[in-house]
Design a binder for this molecule. Sequence first.
Ligand code: NDP
Length: 280
Amino acid sequence: LLIVGVIGAAIFAFQWSGPTFDPELLKGARVLVTGASAGIGEQMAYHLAGFGAQVVITARREKVLQQVAEKCQMLGAQKTLYIAADMTNPSDPERVVKFAVDKLGGLDYLVLNHIGPSPFTMWDGDVEHTRWLMQVNFLSYLQMTKTALPTLEQSKGSIVVVSSLLGKMCSPFVAPYTSTKFALNGFFGTLQHELAMQMSNVSITICILGLIDTDSAMEKVRGITNIQAWPASEAALHIITSGATQQTESYYPWFWYYGCLIRDWFPYFRDMSLRNLYQY
Ligand code: NDP
């Protein structure tokens, strides 16, 4: 009973702690969202539009971006602009940030969300794919951060990094992807310390997501696992509110906070349960 009580109190405290979200914070806010042509990024663009933000969206497919931008305008965005870019191209991350800063006259939020496609299979020894994915999912985030930091310092802005449970726990079939997410958590966790030590105005929010029901994710796991997937629109709103309230780290769904907390208590059972989640 005591244990249940303590866990209950901890869940309650976690759920209700932290600043409350005020939608007014986002009215007119200048936001750049990457990977916004599909999935969670697209849903973030719609939420931001609904809050009356000024949004720049980016991804590779220009035609799709145009359609997302048109919908954002209908939903109430103060301004929506799009720029097609490929984050495998080393000059595109900087070009995109400069475009957003020029067109919006500065930047309040840099939301780093895009990922390149990666197979959901056992590692087959392909080193080149991991090198390529590191550029898309990790190095381009650093390049955009470097370019945006001076502007964000002026605006007391925020960097929001969309990461994953697979950046906290190892799981089968995702070796290249999980490497990029562990790298992100390590890099931006360190940057949080360094910015705080330098009394920087810039905050960093790292969002840890469980399985989300985007088309690309569902396509990969279908027939392989029955893990519950959570709605992309809710995940998107969670990311936006966590960034706007400047949380250091946030979890969606929330119970994964506790999953990560007890991750190393019983490693044998953890690993057996993880492997049993997948049909092989
Ligand atoms: P999607 O695959 O649905 O969307 C990926 C986005 O990135 C698309 O807009 C795509 O657009 C863009 N993109 C792909 N390649 C490139 C490239 N080379 N250059 C620029 N943009 C590119 O991803 P999700 O919405 O599922 O995931 C969003 C974020 O959430 C990711 O960071 C992911 O790791 C994280 N996450 C997702 C989970 C899930 O289960 N869905 C679970 C945990 C974390 P285009 O093709 O037009 O370029």
